[in-house]
Design a protein around this ligand. Structure first.
Ligand code: SAH
Length: 242
């Protein structure tokens, strides 16, 4: 079996040591992704090297702003618009103890997520098929997560409305972004506050694998999100706040 060398090396530069079991899980994940991608449109990236860096290593960069581990506290994480499981599944492989919800609107992608969770033997993973606008209104999920993660789903102003309602007061939302963020952040500033958030930091990911200014936007949840949000499906993107 090939060993995911590029991922292992990149993770090492993030200060992470992946075990043989974890590297094998990533390898199986890649194989299944390629296999399922023939029938389900999961990703445009399928090459062995590219998947290691652009999907797996990129997911693990979220660790750069991960909260320090708290004794006796099992972190609850939701990945909003996870697609083929990015970044949620790599984070679960890295931190097997987290309780993870993978939220995805498309049923076919959700079927893959159920398959891959089984195939990798991941415990405490729940796949929820639905739109964030609806699911965030269900008591079981609203303000129930210590960390909300999301990559490549929407501009920050829209994403804040989809993600912050899931976040418990005292928790954080981590958005993976790339490119020039200045105007995207300024457009989202007022919405973030209205939703109960506060921008804590924008961390640049400084790895040789990435030349496209990948950044992590960290928003702390300071106050409960008003009941009004998120608005009906489609509205957060059609009529962004502020
Ligand atoms: N996070 C993955 C997928 C990005 S593509 C990655 O980085 O590779 C965006 C995904 O979000 C799609 O699979 C789409 O179905 C899902 N999505 C978009 N809007 C959504 C919403 N409002 N609620 C739930 N999922 C959504």
């Amino acid at each position: 079996m090939t060993a995911m060398e590029s991922l292992e090396a990149g993770a090492g530069r993030l200060g992470l040591k992946l075990s043989a079991k974890q590297l094998e899980q990533f390898h199986i994940y890649w194989e299944e992704l390629v296999e399922w991608n023939r029938c389900v449109n999961l990703t445009g990236i399928t090459g062995y090297q590219e998947v290691q860096t652009k999907h797996f290593l990129d997911s693990l960069t979220v660790c750069l702003v991960w909260p320090p581990s708290r004794a006796n506290a099992v972190l609850r994480i939701i990945d909003v618009g996870t697609g083929a499981g990015i970044p949620g599944v790599p984070l679960k492989i890295l931190f097997p103890e987290i309780r993870l919800v993978l939220l995805e609107a498309t049923e076919k992608k959700a079927a893959f997520l159920r398959h891959i969770s089984d195939r990798l033997g991941l415990a405490d993973v729940e796949v929820v098929t639905g739109r964030a606008e609806d699911v965030a209104r269900q008591g079981r999920y609203r303000e129930s997560f210590d960390i909300v993660v999301s990559r490549a789903v929407a501009p920050l102003v829209t994403l804040a409305e989809l993600a912050l309602p899931f976040c418990v007061v005292g928790g954080s939302f981590i958005a993976q972004k790339k490119g020039d963020l200045v105007s995207e952040i300024s457009r989202a500033e007022r919405a973030i506050i209205r939703l109960g958030g506060r921008l804590r930091e924008v961390r640049t990911v400084d790895l040789e694998e990435f030349s496209d200014e990948r950044q992590l936007v960290v928003i702390d949840k300071e106050l409960a999100t008003p009941e009004l949000y998120p608005r009906r499906p489609g509205i957060p993107s059609k009529r962004p706040l502020s």
